[in-house]
Design a protein around this ligand. Structure first.
Ligand code: GUE
Ligand code: MG
Length: 293
């Protein structure tokens, strides 16, 4: 069994991005600038957004954080997004999810200009992704593709089973793994809560991607010997022995599954850091006007 080290790979990608930012700076080009909107004070969301600002500093990007009380109206939030659309200094914007129940995440997504949608959630970017046209890819699936690409893992012709059909991870992941591209060219099975005999499906997987958000759901008897296992889960569970008071649990029962795998991602240190690296890659492409010249 070998580890797919997301932390190390993310660090390598950040170094590559920092070198490109230095080159842009010498050439007098546009320094990439990422903005984030955070509504409310969910501790996990605060931590993610803080990390994104830190990542920007590390690679030499500019960044802005716009914070709003959870009582902000939907219209006021949409107005802020329209303002960002018009702000030439800002190349990319993410609106941290989840949002309060009175705000439509879909309206927020569709109000942001597709060319600044570095989360890749706008229908234009989703459609371009599905057609294999150049587009911002959603950060978690994009990070997983980069991880697979940077290790000696062949995906062509393999059977990839995705667990979970969210619009953020499972659904785009299934599209990306089936595309005629590298990584890609898989035969893909997308499983969800209505799937019958899930174990019969997961045992077919050469590549198993778990994105259901149920801690330690994938057990050893669900995994084929030699499979590549990608764990997207990051559920916070109380843990009094930790300084923070919580521990992170993946969707995979790591200790029992890992011995069966050829490759596996740890939690933490697997998909999470790659998600952050992918957001930086998208922001770099936004500043370079790679997809929307
Ligand atoms: N508009 C939007 N875009 C997102 O991409 C988005 C979002 N909203 N809402 C929440 C989810 C979750 N997400 C993560 C990012 C980094 C880690 C990450 O860095 N994880 C570290 C551990 C971090 C820790 O210690 O808490 C790791 O797995 O090693 C995890 C999860 C992005 N999301
Ligand atoms: Mg994630």
């Amino acid at each position: 069994m070998q580890i797919l080290d997301g932390k190390q790979t993310s660090s390598t990608i950040q170094d590559e991005i920092a070198a490109e930012v230095a080159a842009i700076r010498s050439a007098g080009g546009k320094i990439p600038h990422l903005a984030a909107i955070l509504v409310g004070n969910n501790p996990a969301s605060e931590a993610y957004v803080r990390n994104k600002v830190k990542d920007c500093e590390r690679v030499g990007f500019g960044s802005s954080l716009f914070r709003f009380d959870e009582t902000i109206s939907e219209e006021a939030l949409l107005d802020k997004i329209r303002e960002v659309n018009e702000n030439a200094e800002i190349d990319g914007l993410i609106v941290q999810l989840p949002l309060p129940a009175h705000i439509s995440a879909e309206k927020v997504t569709e109000t942001l200009a597709p060319e600044k949608d570095v989360d890749g959630f706008h229908p234009v970017n989703v459609g371009r992704m599905a057609k294999n046209l150049p587009a911002y890819l959603p950060a978690t699936p994009y990070g997983i593709l980069e991880l697979l690409k940077r290790y000696p893992i062949e995906t062509s012709g393999k059977h990839c089973v995705v667990l979970g059909r969210s619009h953020i991870v499972g659904s785009p992941m299934s599209i990306l793994m089936a595309r005629n591209d590298n990584p890609g060219n898989c035969t893909v099975t997308l499983c969800h809560s209505r799937t019958k005999d899930l174990k019969a499906q997961t045992l077919q997987a050469d590549i198993l991607i778990a994105a259901l958000g149920i801690p330690e759901f994938v057990k050893a008897d669900m995994v084929k010997e030699g499979a590549v296992v990608i764990d997207v889960g990051i559920t916070r569970v109380e843990d009094a022995s930790k300084k923070s008071g919580f521990a992170l649990r993946g969707d995979v029962a790591y200790d029992e599954v890992a011995p069966r795998c050829s490759w596996i991602t740890p939690v933490p240190g697997g998909v999470g850091p790659m998600t952050r690296a992918a957001l930086l890659l998208n922001t770099l492409d936004a500043a370079k006007r790679s997809f929307y010249p």
